[in-house]
Ligand binder design. Structure first.
Ligand code: FES
Ligand code: FES
Length: 213
């Protein structure tokens, strides 16, 4: 057995450090395979098969203009995940309870499972995939997760990060309890709230340092 715990043992990923692997996961929100959700979703959500009643619209997603065919009853979470391939946005409850699907619309956090896609035309949609810089530098809140090793399975992670980023835009210097209140719309099935909050507080600190606040 390798005596260096930092090195991942998967032969497909030789030479990739644990830290580098986690960094990649945080940047893309790729905590869990989306395949199970894709199949589960098609039966649970009752979305129509592609092509029926779709209309071509343009969305501003992560700073890019994206042309996409959407149905009038299609949710933004569905469009992001299954039409645009942005699977960092997770679907947990699909009914505005868990916050796993949180994205920013014009800098304000929203549950994307409860927003109809056609209503966000003209707004700036930001998902977890759009947070890091083009050079790969993580957003300060993402870096806070690395610094504090927050989250267990991390299914809830991208939703928490997006909520924190939105909250910190208007509350850059929160107390721990203020930040907890700001993130109270996000649930964690692993119940790791204390550690998550510590990571988000570190993210807030990183943001202040980055902005010299
Ligand atoms: S999936 Fe949207 S709030 Fe749970
Ligand atoms: S860390 Fe597992 S759901 Fe939050």
């Amino acid at each position: 057995m390798d005596d260096n715990p930092e090195i991942i043992m998967d032969p497909e990923m030789k030479g990739v450090s644990r830290r580098a692997f986690i960094k990649g996961v945080i940047a893309g929100g790729v905590a869990t395979s989306s395949a199970a959700y894709l199949f589960r979703s098609s039966s649970v959500f009752g979305q129509q098969p592609p092509g029926l009643g779709e209309r071509l619209i343009t969305l501003n997603v992560n700073g890019q203009q994206r042309r996409v065919d959407v149905m009038k009853q299609e949710t933004l979470a569905w469009t992001l995940r299954y039409k645009l391939g942005l699977t960092g946005t997770k679907l947990g409850c699909d009914r505005a309870e868990c916050g796993a699907c949180t994205v920013l619309l014009d800098d304000v956090p929203y549950y994307s499972c409860s927003v109809l896609t056609h209503t966000v035309r003209g707004k700036k949609v930001l998902t977890i995939e759009g947070l890091a810089n083009a050079d790969g530098t993580l957003h300060p809140v993402q870096q806070g997760v690395i610094d504090e090793q927050g989250f267990q399975c991390a299914f809830c992670m991208s939703g928490f990060i997006m909520s924190a980023v939105g909250f910190l835009k208007t509350h850059p210097n929160p107390t721990r309890s203020e930040l907890a209140h700001g993130l109270s719309g996000n649930l964690c099935r692993c119940q790791d709230y204390d550690k998550i909050l510590t990571a988000m507080m570190r993210g807030a600190e990183n943001m202040r340092k980055a902005q010299n606040v």
